[in-house]
Design a protein. Sequence first.
Length: 101
Amino acid sequence: MLTLPNCHVETQDGVFPDIDGDGRIAVFGEFPTATVRLSIPDYEKKKFVIVDTLDNATMQRKGDTWTFTGTSAHLTDAIGAADPTLSFSATPAPGCEACRQ
């Protein structure tokens, strides 16, 4: 499992608003069939809330920026999009000492 905490996250085509510094990415499984979960903190409930899940995800990494592409649960379930493929880029906080694999 790969975890990227404290990320700045941008989604393709602005599907979700940018997440500045408090997004969390969790990757389960092996690419290209991995599941990638994007979540943000809910400070009132004191827990993380899932924003979207990408299935059958692939990953590219350039420097400190990770780009994940897969089938979006949000686009499939909530919107019913004909093409539910979504990409989002995540840049962890500098150093990302807590990033672990």
